[in-house]
Design a protein around this ligand. Structure first.
Ligand code: HEM
Length: 453
């Protein structure tokens, strides 16, 4: 297929543009989007599975069909790149693995892959369960806790210890402040998301300060690791000692960008998944009872190990269903590098494509009663009949999440460890409000009451 030919063999330039909701000249759909991005996204489906609109002068096209997701992430992935829109917003991640492209990305991904092999993940399992047990023990019976900060601290400690062999517990507030400022800055319901960093809004000032503090922590971590007597075989040591074809080690700035990327991408998403899992379990006592029964049966009160995970089948489905219902990475962004045909339409070069997991995972065309939390829906038969890419919490194709196996092991081990010791019941019982930042976060505190088991 040449770049001017569509899948059907017709010329792409003869294809119609995708339908678009009414907007106003110049501002496009900015006001509708910023006022309520959830309602805006929900409203797109009435225009079809390929819908275009403009926000803040940027041309977007949202894809709502799994086949289109597969086309963008896998089949025709070479026609799409990481979107400039996201690269600008994620400036503080620099040229780290999440945002880099081309040969640099390929070289870095190859270098880092060994840290995520199955046997390496197994070596992190004890830390995952130990930190989880410590967290559960830190809560008192009857105490009301704010779950998200607790889960962020936990996943950050796990990440730093397993990947970097460092104890960040004293430094976690700078990292947490930075991730909060980053999410505030990216909040789709705020105009700040569309303003350049140098505009001195309060959010931008907080963002700049937080990124500076974050950089100080990273510099310290690098110094701490370089000062170690011998190079370890942890991820940070791989980064410090890896050489390219010319025998060069990684530059300071590449190292900084990779650390920023992994500190951010590696703990924020998992802390959200755990928070959502606790909320779903609290709201679904039957599922919680089933989980408790499995844990009693398989573990009998012991701390779970990597070897137990294969037997913790229901625990795995709880994780899987949580990532369906509330995907923490809620949209994958790409940019069309050339004119492309998608679903019979011409999507012009330069358009930012959004592939929204939070819509597709909750679409009744693919999932019965999508708003219900039902881990048991994931039967073999159901999984077989599900179209590929109706479920893609970790993305897909060459740029799929490098931390997927790490995340799955962590989520299962933390849930299995903590749910044996405590139950958490949500204080509010209304729907869970969320906001679209860099990740999809609950709006405000998620308060839960701890009961020791
Ligand atoms: C529930 C947890 C997680 C979710 C939902 C998640 C989701 C994702 C998604 C959707 C992507 C693809 C982005 C795109 O195509 O533009 C991605 C990429 C990535 N993730 Fe994760 N992730 C999780 C956990 C982790 C962990 C634990 C780590 C590190 C230890 C990590 C590190 C990364 C990195 C570095 C990339 C970029 C990979 C590349 O482009 O080569 N993630 N993640």
């Amino acid at each position: 297929m040449t770049s001017s030919e569509s899948h059907s063999g017709e010329r792409i330039e003869d294809r119609p543009l995708p339908p678009r909701p009414d907007g106003v000249p110049v501002a496009g759909n900015t006001v509708q989007f910023v006022r309520d991005p959830f309602a805006f996204y929900d409203g797109l489906a009435e225009y079809g599975d390929v819908v275009s609109y403009s926000v803040a002068g940027e041309e977007f096209c949202t894809l709502l069909h799994p086949d289109h997701v597969e086309q963008v992430l896998v089949t025709d992935e070479a026609s799409f790149g990481k979107s400039e829109f996201v690269q600008d917003a994620g400036d503080f991640l620099g040229n780290g693995l999440l945002l880099s492209e081309g040969d640099h990305w390929r070289r870095q991904r190859t270098r880092m892959q060994p840290a995520f092999y199955r046997e390496r993940i197994a070596s992190y399992a004890a830390d995952m369960a130990d930190f989880a047990a410590e967290r559960a023990a830190s809560w008192d019976d009857g105490e009301t806790v704010s779950v998200l900060p607790g889960m962020k601290e936990l996943t950050l400690a796990i990440l730093a210890s397993s990947l970097f062999d460092l104890d960040v517990r004293g430094r976690s507030s700078a990292i947490r402040d930075a991730t909060r400022a980053i999410n505030d800055k990216a909040d789709a319901g705020s105009v700040d998301a569309f303003l350049p960093d140098w505009v001195p809004t309060p959010t931008n000032r907080r963002f700049r300060r937080a990124v500076d503090d974050f950089d100080d922590v990273i510099a310290d971590l690098i110094a701490q690791s370089r000062g170690a007597d011998e190079a370890g075989d942890d991820f940070l040591s791989i980064l410090l000692t890896a050489t390219d074809d010319d025998g060069e080690t990684m530059s300071e700035s590449d190292l900084r960008d990779e650390l920023a990327t992994f500190l951010f991408a590696g703990h924020e998403t998992t802390s959200l998944a755990l928070t959502y899992a606790w909320v779903c379990l609290s709201e679904n006592p039957d599922a919680r009872e089933k989980l408790h029964a499995e844990l009693a049966d398989v573990l009998g009160g012991d701390r779970p190990t990597m070897a137990d995970l294969a037997d913790l089948e229901y625990t795995e489905l709880v994780v899987k269903e949580t990532l369906r219902r509330y995907p923490p990475a809620y949209v994958v962004f790409r940019e069309a590098r050339e004119d492309v045909e998608i679903g019979g339409y011409r999507v012009p070069e330069g358009t930012t494509l959004t592939l929204p997991q939070f819509e597709i995972h909750n679409d009744e065309r693919w999932f019965d009663d999508p708003e219900a939390f039902r881990p048991a829906r994931w039967t073999e038969e159901m999984a077989e009949s599900l179209p590929d890419y109706a479920y893609f919490p970790f993305g897909g194709g060459p740029r799929h999440c490098i931390g997927m196996r790490f995340a799955y092991a962590e989520l299962q081990l933390v849930l299995a460890t903590m749910a044996q010791r405590v139950t958490l019941d949500r204080v509010d019982d209304g729907p869970l409000d969320r906001r679209m930042g860099t990740t999809m976060e609950p709006e405000g505190d998620v308060e839960m009451v701890v009961t020791e088991r």
